[in-house]
Structure formats: C-alpha cells, structure tokens
Design a protein around this ligand. Sequence first.
Ligand code: AHG
Ligand code: MN
Ligand code: MN
Ligand code: MN
Length: 337
Amino acid sequence: MLTDHTTLSQFLIEERRRFPEATGDFSALIIDVGLACKAIARRVANGALGGVLGQAGSTNIQGEAQQKLDVIANDVFIRANEWGGQLAGMASEEMDMPWVIPARYPRGKYLLLFDPLDGSSNIDVNAPVGSIFSILRAPNPGVEPRTEDFLQPGTKQVCAGYAIYGPSTMLVITVGTGVHGFTLDPQLGEFILTHPRIKMPPTTQEFAINASNARFWEPAVKRYVDECLEGKTGPRAKDFNMRWIASLVGDTHRILIRGGVFMYPRDTRDPGKPGKLRLMYEANPIAMIAEQAGGLATTGQDRILDVKPTKLHQRIALIFGSREEVERIEAYHRDHS
Ligand code: AHG
Ligand code: MN
Ligand code: MN
Ligand code: MN
C-alpha cells in the first residue's frame, strides 16, 4: 500500500511482491544506485566548499574536458555498486571501457550503465545537474561481460532513472510499471515517494532546444521551431515559450512534470555525428521514462528504444516529450524525407 511516507525501499518491496520469483537482487541494486545519488547530492550541495568545482585536467572518451565532479561522481557510482553482487559489469560516460568488477566481489546478473554527472557545464554556475542510469540484464550472469553484452536496444532495459540535484534532490525511476518520483529527505537520508505514477501532459506550449545551432538543423526541426515562433498568428495558433537548461536531466524533469518537447537533433555540422547525446546512458533511459509517462521519444525517424546499438558511446539525435508534439515532428520528418 503506497502511503505518503513510502520510502524507496518500501516501494521496491511492494513492487517485488508482484513478482513472486523475484530474489531481491534487483531491489538491492536500485538501493545501491540510490545511495550513489545521495552521496553525489551531498558533494554537489557542498559546491566550492567541497572542492568539487572546476576542471579535473583530463579528457574523457567523448573528447570533453572532464570536470572534477564528473570524475568524483563516476567514482561514487563505481564504489557504491561494484561490491553488492548484483552486477556483472558497469559502463559510464566517463570510462572508455566497461568497469571490471574486482575478483574479491561476486558478479551478478545485471549491467549498469550511467552518466554519473549530467549537465557538467552547469556545475560551476550552480545550475541543475543530475545523474542518469540504465539497467540491463547480463546475457551471461555472473561472468565478466564483453563490451557487446552492453549493446542491447532500449526496449531491453529493466529499469531506467535519473537523479536531479536541484533545489531539492529527486530520484525518478521506472521499472516498467509507470514513472515514480522520490524526494530526498536530507535529515532522514531517505528518498520518499512524492510523485507516484507521473503522467506527462500530451500537449504543450513549451519547447526546449539549443537555438544557437539553428543554422545546422534538419528541415523538419527548422519547420517545427519556426511554427512555434510564429505563435498565435501562425499555423499552431498558440504562443510558445522556450526553455533550455543545458542539462538533459533538468529539461527532462520539467517536461515530465508540465509537458514540453526536447530536441537535440542531428545537425548538418558533422554528417558522421548523428547527434550530441549518447544513446546508452542518456537517450535510452530518458526515452524509457518518457514512454512510461505517456510521452514519446524518437530520433526524428526511429523510436529511440528500438535503435540497435553498435558502439558503447555512440551518439544519437534525441527528440522526446509530449506525445502530440513528437508526433508532429515525426510527421514533418516524413514530409521532408
Ligand atoms: P554531460 O554533461 O553529461 O556531458 O551532458 C551534457 C548534455 C546534456 O545534459 C544537455 O542536454 C546537453 O549536453 C547540452 O548541450 P549544449 O551545451 O550543446 O546545449
Ligand atoms: Mn549527460
Ligand atoms: Mn555526464
Ligand atoms: Mn560529459
């Protein structure tokens, strides 16, 4: 029975009762991921006082200059999850190769993929950042996975979620039975169920895109945004607002709560680069959450969750949000193909 003081642990136990064969490993894994997010939330909250601002002086496989908090958050995820015996392996935005579970720990039946600190450009300016995670089943439980074992389409995710480190810290997860939001009670150190069964509004008057890339957009995206900008007098016959937090988690959470559409489309700058965001630990988990909340998530042409991955850090175009808006953008892509 979900009360208004349901903790994350209680929620997971209640969910587990629906699957008699469940062993509790899955719940234990999500609790460990939740602990990692609580630990990161504390480091983020300390800001300059905790020595977490600024660059680490290293570059990741993405070619990005790592922020200190990128590296700290990555280490926190590894330490909180490598020992529990639920994982066969882990992969991260911040690590070239998957993390090998040390021999002193048992290996389990899941794979954890994560973006340990999303929105790194926001760290030093005290704007919202987050962590994003995705859980897959390991093809060979208990055995060190090959990189290709991670390359499963988003439909294979058994859990997806994010933590948002904002005015409050929240954990938003789906295990395939809807989307549920938990708010961290810092005194108790517990995530409390505050947003059960989140439903994304199917329509919106708010879009999110980095408008400085307009000259590179595909025709369908250009047409969609131009029509939003024409407002009441244009074909949409309503005015639109624009928001861009430059943190996928921040834009996602707003869209989940009040509707909207997020676009980081492929652009013509680099035909070899199908988009900026990463499929395995950004687009896939966010797409599962969007769909579980009644929204849609697409590359513009294809459903994100159906994309067959070929590389661990592959990039992809990501358009997601209120169902009617995403359907409109997909229709424009068909018109212009
Ligand atoms: P990360 O900080 O994990 O590298 O992700 C940053 C991503 C995403 O969070 C955000 O939506 C996008 O980059 C912002 O891109 P621009 O800075 O190009 O607007
Ligand atoms: Mn990110
Ligand atoms: Mn990141
Ligand atoms: Mn990054």
